[in-house]
Design a protein around this ligand. Sequence first.
Ligand code: NDP
Ligand code: MG
Length: 380
Amino acid sequence: MRKIAILGSTGSIGTQTLEVVRANQDIQVAALAAGSNIVLLEKQIREFQPKLVCVWQEEQAAKLRGKIKDLSVQVVSGMEGLIQTAVVPQTELVVTAVVGMIGIRPTIAAIEEGKKIALANKETLVTAGHLIMPLAQKKQVSILPVDSEHSAVFQVLQGENKKEISRILLTASGGPFRGWTREEMEKIRPEDALKHPNWTMGKKITIDSATMVNKGLEVIEAKWLFGVDAGQIEVVVQPQSVIHSMVEFLDGGILAQLGTPDMKLPIQYALYYPQRRHLEGKRLDFAELGKITFEAPDLTNFRGLALAYQALERGGNIPTVLNAANELAVRRFLEGSIRFLEIPEIIEASMQAISYRDCPSVEQILETEQETYEWIESRW
Ligand code: NDP
Ligand code: MG
């Protein structure tokens, strides 16, 4: 029995991870952490019987303790609790499926303890990749990508030499507003942006996919995971979402990973790497699909992607500024207090306003996050 912990168990990735666990029956869930959905968390606790769970707010944690009095499960809360779930003894792997930069500290703590990381939480690598990758190398810990594009690249690189990569071709669906004019984009409401054509995901990443900031975060994530330069990462729009990404090697040969869009594949691959297992689900039918099409991304109307390349070039704390500004702007858009096109405007303005810091420590990353929030709050 391998033991794992899941941070963000009530979310889209968290629940699909538990589906994989349920289908395989040889993984024991030692710890779970969630934000506030204690109704679902209680169901998960009763089915998967972890020994430790974390709920973000102490008030909610206390409520949960009352609901599961009949079980011997420890319920903790806050950042300290989240870190405790990330380092729970005897677990060999931690699935980081919380949303946002809140994942930095628990991910670092898990690596310090030598746990493998199945990494979904891309915001952590975007903001702290320069700390996480060297630490993982020092501790000889594998960072196994869950993000479908990065899992595709990782799968394609098996048996290959990273030094022979010429380009990484990250595919993008283009989201629900592909091909729209700026005029049309002025009227986008949260409910329109929450409809992704190919994937069902948490709200934040669904908005990020609609703005293409998600692809920008993924470009930065790819740099850290695969050790390539920004100039070697190219985004290709592939609207059917069946090519999950590709790698071109020095000789011009290109390898791709394909399949129906189903996050359970990259999740299961990360949980069992290097083993492949049967996974229930629809198989790709090429005759039914008919064609796979490609186009270049629209960097003018989807400025978020261009800004991510800029942030990667500038480095230091600038990817943190981009990410923090985006996290706040997405929250504001979902509340209905800003327009869709203001999301990249807020990111760009923040990237110009916040001062540069080289090689920020975790504390400095969190300070930059705060500084960015305060700057936006004073102006928007
Ligand atoms: P969801 O919004 O569906 O889930 C987020 C999870 O994080 C929930 O379990 C939520 O708990 C939990 N959470 C939120 N705040 C806290 C907190 N303070 N402490 C502990 N847990 C917290 O997001 P997704 O599953 O879609 O995405 C998770 C991560 O994976 C993101 O970084 C995303 O970019 C990445 N990712 C997601 C993909 C997808 O297909 N969904 C694909 C590739 C990457 P609660 O619900 O109880 O509040
Ligand atoms: Mg992705």
